[in-house]
Write a protein that binds this ligand. Structure first.
Ligand code: GLC
Length: 436
């Protein structure tokens, strides 16, 4: 073989199968959608699947090594008689959330939408027979709430799905091919999701970590990402893989931790320049768990939203709907409390970016144009030094009643006097108007 032929052969072998994502240039529509995503600041995550019936979270199939054929029988009894998409969306909108992220197919492998690529879906396999995703999408579009779709790479049900480190006890035979049919299935489903349900704000991938002991494993991301951007250029792609974003991704996701913190152990990755989102649960579980009544108080949820905004991140707060199709009463109550707070303070959250003063032990700042919102979460001192560096303050006032606050300039910032500020446990918000 001639040297040139050899070189060509080598180049072909070394070339990736699809367009390298390194060349990814987000479209104008995509960039606009990223800005709108950042402005939204607050979304609600909904984890709903067959697992709701087992009422012990979305990992029950793995945790209890349930056989995949036995598990599938749950579908025959799934009849969420009280499901009403319109009611979900109204409650979520009243909470001040601007988008919903819905689990279309979680690791259990059941599709919560009508797909022609598998009968194991809510329309064909349950007596309920309704495409809940279609109903949710219609309600979202009607009420101006964006819809994001969670989609799991890991699958504990399909025989052709790659074996990773989870869901190994579900009794499936080893896959016959090297994942080809599974990746075709994924592409088929993504095409359905992006053509049958109107405008989709984001595809939210999860479960890629299932192969983290096999770092060379190819999840065919380039193919999936370019398909998504081809079908809907404005659709954002996020991937909860717990590592630095890959080219082709439009947002960066953190699980159970604010960017830069890593208390839960899944968020050690560096913060990128992409719009950020942190997801967290209202109680301790993503999917419905009957005996987890340990819902965080509204005050804590609000403070988490504020802290996320102060770190320039969105908060995606999770609720696990019940098997009957309703959102748990406690979750509804929390939603309405957060909504009440946002009615007053929304201006200091929506459309803001992390402020020019980085997060501190006393709290965080958010900023929109020349307005700096100082969110005091722990009132440590009635004379609070704010390191504003070169920014000069024109006016300081308590956001709630617009009453002026005293301050004086010092080297590198101002000292703000908070003596007369009423006791407020959730968040004392001070508005500083900066000189241009
Ligand atoms: C994890 C879990 C999954 C959950 C997700 C939400 O990856 O495996 O159950 O859906 O986090 O962030």
């Amino acid at each position: 073989m001639k040297l040139t032929t050899l070189c060509l052969l080598f180049a072909l072998l070394a070339a990736p199968a699809t367009v390298p994502a390194q060349t990814y240039q987000p479209s104008e529509a995509n960039l606009q959608s990223r800005r709108e995503f950042q402005e939204a600041r607050f979304g609600i995550f909904l984890h709903w699947g067959l697992y709701a019936m087992l009422a012990s979270g979305e990992w029950t199939m793995h945790n209890q090594n349930l056989n995949y054929k036995d598990y599938a029988m749950l579908a025959g009894g799934f009849y969420p008689s009280k499901f009403n998409a319109e009611e979900w969306v109204k409650a979520i909108k009243a909470a001040g959330a601007r988008y919903i992220c819905f689990t279309t197919r979680h690791h259990e492998g059941f599709s919560m939408f009508h797909t022609r690529y598998s009968d194991y879906n809510i329309v064909d396999a349950t007596p309920f027979g309704r495409d809940v995703l279609k109903e949710l999408a219609d309600a979202c579009h009607k009420h101006g709430i964006r819809l994001h779709l969670y989609y799991s790479h890991a699958d504990w049900y399909r025989e052709d799905a790659p074996r990773g480190r989870t869901g190994l006890g579900t009794g499936r035979p080893a896959p016959k091919d090297n994942g080809e049919s599974y990746f075709n299935f994924i592409n088929g489903q993504l095409t359905e999701l992006l053509t049958n349900y109107g405008e989709i704000g984001a595809i939210w991938f999860d479960g890629m970590w299932d192969q983290d002991r096999n770092p060379n494993f190819d999840w065919h991301l380039d193919e999936q990402y370019s398909l998504i951007h081809k079908l809907q250029p404005a659709c954002l792609i996020g991937n909860n893989h717990h590592i630095t974003p890959f080219p082709g991704e439009d947002i960066q996701i953190f699980e159970r931790d604010l960017p830069g913190e890593n208390k839960a152990g899944m968020s050690g990755q560096a913060i990128s320049r992409l719009p950020l989102e942190t997801c967290e649960t209202m109680n301790g579980m993503w999917g419905y768990k009957i005996n987890d009544r340990n819902y965080k108080p509204a005050k804590e949820l609000i403070r988490y939203l504020v802290k996320a905004a102060g770190k320039d991140a969105n908060l995606l707060m999770n609720i696990g709907p019940q098997p009957d199709g309703q959102l748990p009463a406690i979750a509804l109550q929390r939603l309405s409390e957060v909504g009440k707070w946002l009615e007053t303070y929304g201006e200091t959250i929506y459309g803001t970016r992390g402020g020019c003063i980085p997060p501190h032990t006393w709290g965080v700042t958010t900023q929109k144009d020349n307005k700096l919102y100082v969110h005091i979460l722990n009132l440590e001192d009635k004379a609070l030094f704010l390191p504003l560096e070169d920014h000069k303050v024109r006016k300081a006032m308590l956001f709630a009643d617009r009453s002026p606050l005293r301050f004086h300039e010092e080297e590198g910032g101002i000292v703000l006097y908070l003596n007369d500020v009423p006791q407020e446990e959730t968040d004392i918000v001070v508005e500083l108007q900066l000189k241009e």
